[in-house]
Design a protein around this ligand. Structure first.
Ligand SMILES: Nc1nc2c(c(=O)[nH]1)N[C@H]1C(S)=C(S)[C@@H](COP(=O)(O)OP(=O)(O)OC[C@H]3O[C@@H](n4cnc5c(=O)[nH]c(N)nc54)[C@H](O)[C@@H]3O)O[C@H]1N2
Ligand SMILES: Nc1nc2c(c(=O)[nH]1)N[C@H]1C(S)=C(S)[C@@H](COP(=O)(O)OP(=O)(O)OC[C@H]3O[C@@H](n4cnc5c(=O)[nH]c(N)nc54)[C@H](O)[C@@H]3O)O[C@H]1N2
Ligand code: SF4
Ligand SMILES: [Mo]
Length: 888
């Protein structure tokens, strides 16, 4: 392929940044920069986007179809999948098969999967990982607006005067939106930002006010606001009476549950002054934007939380105009595209449901062989049905449920026991792939063509710029091939992603007449060349302006998609979580994301620089709880819930709210042992949306009594089955394994040779009295591996050790350093990486702060470049500055 930059879209978060990619000559690397012309990012990028070029090597990729352990041809694999599904459908009917798909599929993939299940197999058991992510927002919007309509866009970030960030760690999860907010605040310092999150997160860096509310109490907080608006006569009665319904009941529910600031403050565990300040800010500011994410959605009361927020916007008329509205920020790159094609089990397609006329309309449009007429099972129930044997064949695409679903051990057992599991994946060894009977090699980012829709309803092209390695194929092609083998060739005759997109666009406009919000009729007749060149396009974009309502501003006319055309306020009453902490499980487990990793790490885990920020699973604990449970910073802890267990490194941190602990969701069996957060997580569901309560599970956290701690650095990835705790981290030229064990080891030198080999020369330092061992294997003078073992977790940072892998011969000083366990004299250790873009370590920064007297993040940037590319680390630079200042 040519070397001109290709315009494409980032495959990670829902911000949907435009990228310019220059493929490297080797075909497995690329230079990635932000696209200055894309409206989402205007050239900005975050650390994950910037590291995309480091994730393209093909080692670990699934390059050929497999049945069991056997590589097979596509023809054999596709025939096997079709036969496996057909057999079950013939014997047990269409409800005995399922697809579990993903917000990381492209719209074209997603459309074809949904059409095959709901229009031709004739069941509706297709659900998506977006159930774990956006379902409560969808349900909340539908209750309020009669359609799943996101009423805001990113320009609102710059037009709002007050921004509420609710349950959203934007600095880490939507870094480019955070950068936009930060700039907006810099431009107009009177602009106010309020963060509502039980933890103090990196996002709080730009907050004027942080409400560290008790977990799960957002409904109470926003009911209190609704009640306050009414009491202060700050409601927009004209708007309410002309354009909404249900307000009397909503006001009553708010008054009953949240009648005064003291009641709200007590229930939310907040100072009264903070609650009152939030309410006063909301009341006195016309342009209020509420951005919310998983701290809202991932609760058994998630849908009610969403409506409690929307109620306040409707009651004050703060919707449908610039700089205001309830804005659900989507997580995955194509969460929105999935909603558009109807990837959720309770939707049909093109924002239609299972109402009889919708079923009829979609059925006619598709020429359906066998139309599903009722919703299917939602994700957690769907996997439960797999476990119970009611679903006998499942096809999983672009998601890793053995890691990411609640009660994940049970999910894994269900998949292992299932008669027929098909998995379409980029990588050969994921936790879910390990359960599959048939593995289908999927083309990944850079290898496939299609579209994604970001949080602000903007459709952007993902464009291929790499030759697909091995036999990988795009997902839409794979599904189409199976559909043809099931006998539906006429309806799945697509030759390209563009063919699929045109049909999808045509369906959105089919018999629409402005009745459905999702209308992209304008794009239904794109030529292949138009599709190739399609610029980022926001919907709705109907074929003729009269046929639907135009952007830029949805709901500017205050006309909603309910039968009456009025928006609904929903009476909501605060509810506690499904399972309360008790004496056995006294702490509340919260979970979420870290800055530089994406979900189950199959891709971000490939980029060494992304592992340098946080490289191990951790549990963040407040100092009070740490003391009570005997947990020491840096030691290991065992977390136990009613559903499972997990090991993690303890991080004692006053940013955590007392009584609750936080763990990252990212680690899998493929990278670690006993480190899957979702093994712990309760499968409790929101009764309306079916979204699981991923942000709350009662747990106990106890010290893990390790007999020894250690790490191994090795050029090859090795398995260390006798380490109870083991986390593998990829570095530039080696793997680092963090390990610990509870059984004493009699002979470390023998252990090291057993695992790391006996070729070449071994250097050993053995100190049995103090339980210390250091060993290194050299081959022709070059370092192959080294082992450090100690009785406590205070092992040396390994920055300087990593550098030794770059040397062709270890000199005497380096050998002595290895055995002494510290860098040779005069050689600095940069410490833990803070700035992933320019690889600037903590020790380097501390040194610069101290010796050069640098006192701002800007100064650090000027001196060391830290924070000057993506800016994701600036909150941490400021924290480091404050810590050094405090220490001085
Ligand atoms: N770096 C990175 N970025 C990502 C992703 C990733 O894997 N890595 N994934 C993407 C995806 S798919 C998603 S869905 C988004 C998620 O983006 P976010 O929702 O911003 O991220 P989370 O870390 O899941 O959770 C956000 C916050 O909710 C808080 N929270 C928990 N309970 C409550 C509560 O009861 N009330 C309130 N108000 N807050 C609460 C948590 O403390 C946490 O800080 O991120 C996207 N971006
Ligand atoms: N405890 C806890 N659990 C959570 C969450 C939480 O906050 N806490 N968050 C939930 C949320 S919001 C989400 S979105 C989920 C995410 O959870 P998952 O969807 O399970 O996570 P990913 O690692 O993104 O899985 C995507 C898989 O698809 C593969 N893949 C990538 N591109 C392609 C492609 O083009 N085609 C195919 N066929 N495969 C591809 C990747 O290698 C990877 O294995 O996790 C949920 N689970
Ligand atoms: S913010 Fe980062 S991860 Fe999200 S789309 Fe932009 S570059 Fe990708
Ligand atoms: Mo998500």
């Amino acid at each position: 392929m040519s070397n001109a930059p290709v315009r494409t879209t980032c495959p990670y978060c829902g911000v949907g940044c435009g990228l310019l990619v220059t493929p490297g000559a080797d075909g497995t690397s690329a230079q990635v920069t932000g696209d200055p012309d894309h409206p989402a990012n205007g050239g900005r990028l975050c650390s994950k986007g910037a590291a995309l070029g480091d994730t393209l090597a093909t080692d670990g990729r699934l390059l050929q179809p497999r049945i069991g352990d056997q590589p097979v041809s596509w023809d054999q694999a596709l025939a096997r999948v079709a036969q496996g599904f057909k057999q079950v459908i013939d014997r047990h009917g269409p409800d005995a098969v399922a697809f579990y798909v993903s917000g990381q599929l492209l719209t074209e993939d997603y459309y074809v999967a949904n059409k095959l299940m709901k229009g031709f197999i004739g069941g509706a058991n297709i659900d998506t990982n977006s159930r774990l992510c956006m379902a409560s927002s969808v349900a909340g919007y539908k209750r309020a607006f009669g359609a799943d309509t996101v009423p805001c866009d990113y320009t609102d970030l710059e037009q709002a005067q007050l921004i509420l960030l609710v349950g959203a760690n934007t600095a880490w999860c939507h870094p480019v939106l955070y950068q936009r907010l930060k700039q907006a605040k810099k431009d107009h310092p009177q602009r106010k930002i309020v963060v509502i999150d039980p933890r103090r997160t990196a996002t709080c860096e730009i907050a004027d006010l942080h409400l560290a509310l008790a977990p799960g109490t957002d409904t109470l907080l926003f009911n209190g606001l609704l009640n306050w608006l009414k009491r202060e006569d700050a409601v927009d009665w004209d708007f309410l009476e002309q354009h909404t319904e249900g307000f009397a009941a909503a006001f009553k529910a708010a008054r009953t549950s949240a009648g005064s600031v003291p009641v709200v403050a007590a229930g939310c565990g907040l100072p009264e002054s903070q609650v009152a300040e939030l309410y006063r800010l909301f009341t006195s500011t016309e342009h209020v934007l509420t951005l919310y994410s998983q701290g809202v959605n991932q609760w058994s009361c998630g849908t009610d939380k969403v409506n409690a927020i929307i109620n306040c916007h409707l009651a004050s008329g703060r919707i449908g105009r610039p700089g205001m509205g309830p804005f659900s920020i989507t997580g995955q790159p194509n969460a929105m595209g999935g909603r558009e094609v109807g990837g959720l089990a309770n939707q049909l397609a093109a924002h239609m449901d299972f109402a009889a006329d919708d079923v009829d309309r979609v059925g006619r449009f598709w020429g359906a062989a066998r139309m599903a007429t009722a919703p299917g099972l939602k994700a957690v129930d769907l996997l439960e049905a797999v476990g119970a044997g009611r679903i006998k064949a499942i096809w999983i695409m672009a998601t890793n449920p053995a890691v990411s679903m609640p009660d994940a051990d049970r999910v894994r057992v269900a998949l292992q026991a299932c008669e027929f599991v098909v998995c379409s994946e980029m990588f050969a060894d994921t936790d879910t792939a390990r359960t599959a009977d048939v593995l289908l090699p999927a083309a990944g980012w850079g290898e496939k063509d299609g579209t994604v829709t970001n949080s602000e309803r903007r459709i952007s092209r993902q464009r291929a710029f790499l030759a697909p390695p091995g036999e990988v194929r795009p997902d839409w092609w794979i599904i189409t091939q199976v559909a043809r083998r099931l006998g539906f060739a006429h309806a799945f005759a697509y030759q390209s992603a563009a063919d699929v997109f045109r049909e999808h666009a045509a369906l959105s406009a089919f018999e629409n007449h402005g009745r459905r919000d999702f209308d992209i009729g304008q794009l239904a007749s794109l030529s292949d060349a138009d599709y190739a060149a399609l610029p980022p396009t926001q919907w709705p974009c109907p074929a003729t302006p009269a046929a639907g309502r135009q952007p830029p501003r949805i709901f500017a006319d205050a006309r909603f998609y309910t039968p009456s055309g009025k928006a609904r306020l929903v009476a909501v009453t605060p509810r506690p979580p499904a399972t309360a902490p008790d004496d056995d499980y006294p702490l509340a487990l919260n979970s979420g994301r870290i800055r530089d990793q994406w979900h189950t790490m199959t891709r971000t885990g490939l980029a060494p620089r992304l592992a340098s920020h946080i490289s191990e699973p951790f549990v963040q604990v407040h100092p009070v709880d740490a003391t009570a449970q005997g947990l020491a910073h840096g030691a290991l802890a065992e977390l136990v819930s009613r559903w499972g267990r997990m090991l993690a490194r303890v991080q004692v941190d006053a940013d955590q709210r007392p009584g609750s602990v936080f763990v990252p969701m990212h680690w899998s069996d493929a990278l670690a042992r006993l480190a899957r957060a979702d093994a712990l997580v309760s499968p409790a569901l929101d009764p309306i949306s079916g979204q699981p309560e991923l942000k709350h599970t009662p747990v106990r956290v106890r010290p893990f009594r390790a007999a020894w701690y250690g790490f191994v650095l090795s050029r090859e990835r090795i398995a260390l089955d006798d380490a109870r705790y083991c986390v593998a981290v990829r570095a530039e030229q080696h793997w680092r394994l963090e390990i610990a064990g509870s059984a004493p080891m009699p002979d470390w030198a023998a252990w090291a040779r057993w695992h790391l080999g006996t070729d070449g020369d071994w250097l050993d330092f053995v100190d049995p009295t103090h339980g210390r061992y250091r060993g290194a294997r050299l081959l022709h003078g070059r370092l192959q591996a080294c082992v450090f073992i100690a009785p406590t977790p205070s092992l040396p940072r390994s920055g300087w050790l990593a550098d030794l892998f770059g040397q062709s011969q270890l000199d005497a000083a380096a050998r002595a350093g290895l055995l002494a366990g510290r860098p040779p004299r005069g050689q600095a250790d940069a410490g833990e990486t803070i700035c992933a873009c320019f690889n600037v370590g903590q020790n380097t920064l501390i040194e610069a702060i101290r010796s050069a007297g640098l006192d701002t993040a800007e100064a650090l940037g000027a001196a060391l470049q830290a924070g000057t590319n993506c800016g994701s680390c600036i909150p941490e630079l400021n924290r480091l500055l404050a810590n050094v200042r405090r220490a001085a």
